[in-house]
Design a protein around this ligand. Structure first.
Ligand code: HEM
Length: 195
């Protein structure tokens, strides 16, 4: 992934990621307090930052980088006329890393998904699950599972890594995965801080 190797960038990036984790933990902690009940779907509208973190993760690491579409009619896009039956490739990863949409496209920044930031962009500026009538049928299920797992894990553990975002290598393919693994340290949160 072509991240800018600026001096100080990696450290800032690490600090940003840790502060996002703690901001998310604080949001979760504020909702549940000392109540040990597990999270349920109705909780998620009270956890806006959780939604932002997940949407930003799916933007930065676009699991399905491109999808094909065969067009039914002659179609004009910008200066180009594409004849009926042409197969076009929608470059989802390209959209997700377009600096006109995301000024620092290779930085992890959940603020890209505040309601205000979202309202300023085209509604198809973030399409990790595709779009239209053939979009992913697992979209809602996947997001629910990600939210349930993240809340459950962050209530008990904190996550640490010395890997910089710029060192993460992606294996190109129809489904993008991380090459060479991604070692992390998992620490149990203090009993006092854990609910
Ligand atoms: C993070 C996880 C996932 C991502 C990023 C993802 C992404 C996508 C994308 C980009 C498409 C193509 C949509 C399009 O052409 O507009 C798709 C299609 C599809 N996905 Fe997912 N998906 C995920 C998880 C799942 C899960 C968990 C299921 C099943 C429970 C699932 C079932 C499907 C099916 C059946 C299609 C084909 C839909 C069709 O052609 O009508 N996906 N997914």
């Amino acid at each position: 992934m072509p991240l800018t190797p600026e001096s100080g960038y990696a450290r800032r990036d690490y600090v940003d990621r840790i502060s996002s984790q703690e901001k998310l933990y604080a949001e979760i902690n504020q909702l549940f307090g000392t109540d040990p009940r597990p999270a349920e779907e109705s909780d998620f509208k009270k956890l806006p930052y959780l939604d932002q973190v997940i949407r930003e993760t799916l933007r930065l690491f676009t699991i399905i980088p491109a999808i094909p579409r065969q067009i039914e009619n002659d179609t004009q896009i910008g200066a180009h006329l594409y004849p009926k039956d042409t197969i076009l490739i929608v470059n989802i990863a390209g959209i997700h890393h377009n600096p006109k949409l995301y000024p620092e496209p290779y930085k992890f920044s959940p603020d890209n998904f505040t309601p205000e930031a979202v309202s300023k962009r085209h509604r198809h500026s973030s399409i990790p699950f595709g779009a239209g009538p053939r979009n992913c049928i697992g979209k809602e299920f996947t997001q629910l599972m990600m939210k349930l797992s993240l809340v459950a894990l962050l209530r008990t553990f904190s996550f640490h890594t010395s890997i910089k975002l710029e060192d993460i290598k992606l294996k190109p393919g129809p489904v993008e995965t991380i090459s060479g693994g991604y070692p992390i340290k998992i620490k149990l949160r203090d009993e006092g801080a854990r609910h």
